[in-house]
Design a binder for this molecule. Structure first.
Ligand SMILES: [Zn+2]
Length: 266
């Protein structure tokens, strides 16, 4: 039951395919397990170890929409290399989990109650369905938004990664994507680092957009145009372009960390 990835969110389908491919290259043969679950399917799982015989396998009740699987944004994997499906004696699931995180998925192996080694999910709405419930009430309402999700050619798909940026001696974590060998960083992350950057985006795309396009950015009162990639309403801009606009920023790289130095405070 529930093993049809094509019933899941379009972005999850792409990431599932990518996870399988990347794992295969590292010698990990992955098979998809549970993907999308209906209310009835989730209720049946919830009954195990409670009203039905068996071990407890989930804390999520179907009628409460408490499983991310019911929202179509989660899948589980099993190993398909001849060993027992959930054998982790060699850290197989940890290796797959690391690869999943690298391509932008949230991994259940990072959770504590319970640890869920085979589980991956999209991370835009938080770890639990609380945010989705608030926004959409039901999975059916949420699914109506999927038709607006634009997925370009699979290979051009942008993955948000964690990067580090050093600003005036202080290292901060920042979301970034790499496109055509160039780093694009999340503009909002820079605001958190104490920059006063205002911008006026004409691209309020609520889903993934693979194209770069010009946005207006207001820096120190001057409006300039720079290239940006918009993902989930966040603009990702290229550091060098931003530095040019700000004027008083030096950009450097050390040990894979981008160094920004303000030459004066404002
Ligand atoms: Zn799961």
């Amino acid at each position: 039951m529930g093993r049809d990835i094509t019933k899941c969110h379009p972005e999850l389908q792409v990431l599932a395919a990518r996870l399988i491919e990347k794992c295969r290259k590292k010698g990990l043969i992955v098979k998809l397990g549970e993907c999308y679950r209906t209310v009835e399917e989730q209720n049946r799982l919830y009954a195990l170890g409670r009203t039905e015989k068996g071990n407890i396998v989930t804390y999520a009740k179907g009628t409460d929409y408490d499983s991310m699987h019911q929202w179509g944004i989660a899948f589980d994997i099993i190993r398909n290399d001849g060993k027992e499906a959930y054998n982790n004696s060699d850290g197989w699931f940890n290796k797959a989990g690391k690869i999943g995180k690298d391509i932008g998925l949230e991994w259940g192996g990072d959770w504590t109650k319970p640890v869920d080694l085979p589980h991956f999910q999209l991370k835009y709405w938080g770890s639990t369905p609380a945010g989705l419930k608030k926004l959409y009430k039901t999975p059916d309402n949420f699914k109506k938004t999927w038709k607006d999700v634009f997925i370009a050619k699979k290979e051009e798909y942008e993955v948000v990664e964690t990067g580090y940026i050093n600003i005036n001696g202080r290292t901060i974590k920042i979301d970034k994507i790499v496109k055509d060998g160039r780093n694009f960083i999340n503009l909002r992350g820079l605001e958190n680092a104490g920059f006063t950057v205002g911008y006026n985006s004409s691209t309020k795309v609520p889903s993934l957009d693979n194209k770069t396009e010009d946005i207006d950015i207001s820096a120190n009162g001057n409006i300039s145009r720079i290239k940006a990639i918009n993902i989930k309403g966040n603009n990702y801009v290229q550091i060098r372009e931003l530095a040019k606009v700000l004027g008083d920023i030096e950009v450097g790289y050390t040990d894979g960390t981008v160094i920004l130095n303000k030459t004066e405070r404002y």
